[in-house]
Design a protein. Structure first.
Length: 461
């Protein structure tokens, strides 16, 4: 993992993205040279940009279809479906571009050869990557201190496939009464922590011990490890890096106060506001035909207003009115009490189910962004009824209100639609990561992943 603008990115995926971008550009040059040599000479007409534009479109679509995440590594079927969808969409866009600007976008045999080669490269590179990832040769070697419930969470991460790029050497007990990790993973070597780490060629030590006071943690030995070049991580930082969350059971107020991040500033606010206006304005122009059709379909199917308004809690706890397309029957909450959204919610109309699945129901919130109530990216705003209930049960829940709520957010692209207190607790862990590390770069990453969520229909209720 490398940290880029406070956001953690898997180094292997970054290298894959850069390498594939350059390969796609080379494929464009090769195809032009093989099937349309005149194109390379006519650089004054824009052909000089053709390889980079070709590579940019393919790389962007690969990102949209999740080919730079880890989900495609789950199997060959997932890989082929995502790659085929990406290449077909990219091919359609390039074909349209060729009709308008033939000097910039490839066409004919050059186009067909380029797309075929790009498809084969995208699949073959990932098949090689999947084999390469099975080896421990290039993985960071991790020694975990502790064998309790916190250490068990690290083992669960490794077992679920979220510990990419890591090789867990084992778990070193520190006098705990119970062990929650597999017995064959417990290290019983004699010697100091540094001696054990050196003998096993460890590069990093993760402290997964609940009780650190009263001699529960050998500080002098850890200091020796630190001074002799080993990287020491506490559990919240490890989870932050590997999973994009801040685990509620492992953080406290003092950690949040002294940790890097959780900062705002006037410059950041100005940049964020300009970004919101630019993205929202462009979005409104591009989606206005869809919004008109959605409004017409809602009006024709059921009685009631096209729009649905609700009071939501915004930045610093201030309430505002949110706008959405109505997806439920007008009497969905006839008893007057707010109700969590449910899987296959029977209160939704047929049009409502479609606009929820495609996220069209969220489009009118662009109005809230223009009015400054919301940002385009941020934690999802909740209703006051739920906020009061959740804040009473979940620690640090109000921390998510330190930034403006958003139409989309880190929790929305990483976790399914929340429909319970437990779901809200899991989503808060992602929201806290965003509050701690929010930046323009992270906002752009979330927008790309939001497109993936819409295309692949994830997390719909």
């Amino acid at each position: 993992m490398i940290r880029f603008f406070r956001h953690y990115i898997p180094l292997s995926m970054l290298l894959l993205t850069l390498a594939e971008y350059l390969i796609f550009a080379y494929i464009s040059v090769f195809a032009a040279d093989r099937y349309d040599s005149a194109t390379l000479i006519e650089s004054s007409h824009g052909a000089v940009y053709k390889p980079w534009l070709f590579a940019s479109i393919l790389t962007l679509l690969n990102s949209t279809f999740g080919l730079y995440d880890w989900e495609w590594t789950k199997g060959l079927r997932s890989l082929l479906l995502r790659t085929t969808g990406s290449m077909l969409t990219a091919g359609a866009l390039i074909a349209l571009g060729n009709g308008v600007l033939p000097a910039v976008f490839p066409g004919g045999a050059e186009f067909l050869a380029g797309m075929l080669l790009a498809y084969l490269v995208a699949v073959l590179v990932r098949l090689l990557f999947m084999e390469w990832d099975k080896t421990d040769l290039f993985k960071k070697r991790i020694l975990v201190l502790g064998t309790g419930s916190r250490a068990a969470k690290i083992e669960a991460i490794a077992a679920s496939g979220e510990g990419q790029g890591l090789h867990i050497l084992g778990y070193l007990p520190l006098g705990a009464a119970h062990s929650y990790v597999p017995h064959d993973r417990v290290i019983h070597d004699e010697g100091s922590i540094f001696e054990i780490a050196k003998a096993r060629n460890a590069e990093e030590i993760v402290v997964a011990v609940r009780e650190r006071r009263g001699g529960g943690l050998p500080m002098s030995e850890l200091l020796e490890c630190k001074l002799r070049g080993l990287h020491i991580l506490d559990l919240p930082t490890f989870f932050e890096r590997q999973t994009g969350i801040l685990p509620l059971e492992s953080i406290n107020a003092s950690w949040m106060i002294f940790a890097e991040g959780f900062t705002t500033g006037s410059a950041r606010d100005v940049v964020k506001r300009l970004f919101d206006l630019l993205v929202s304005g462009s979005f409104l122009i591009l989606t206005s035909p869809i919004m008109l059709l959605a409004a017409l379909a809602i009006r024709l199917e059921s009685k009631g207003s096209v729009f649905y308004t609700q009071e939501r809690v915004g930045q610093f706890g201030k309430s505002f009115t949110i706008f959405k397309f109505r997806s439920m029957f007008s009497d969905a909450e006839k008893d007057g009490l707010p109700v969590w959204a449910r899987l296959n919610d029977d209160r939704t109309t047929r049009v409502g189910r479609f606009i929820r699945r495609t996220r069209i129901d969220e489009l009118p919130q662009v109005i809230n962004v223009f009015m400054g109530h919301m940002s385009f990216v941020g934690p999802r705003p909740e209703r006051p009824y739920f906020v009061n209930d959740l804040a009473a049960q979940i620690p640090y829940y109000h921390a998510r209100h330190s930034v403006k709520p958003g139409i989309t957010g880190w929790a929305q692209v990483r976790f399914p639609y929340g429909a319970s207190v437990e779901d809200a607790m899991n989503k808060l862990q992602y929201d806290l990561y965003y509050v701690k590390n929010h930046s323009l770069f992270l906002d752009l990453m979330i927008l790309l992943q939001t497109t993936q969520v819409v295309v692949l229909g994830k997390g719909v209720r």
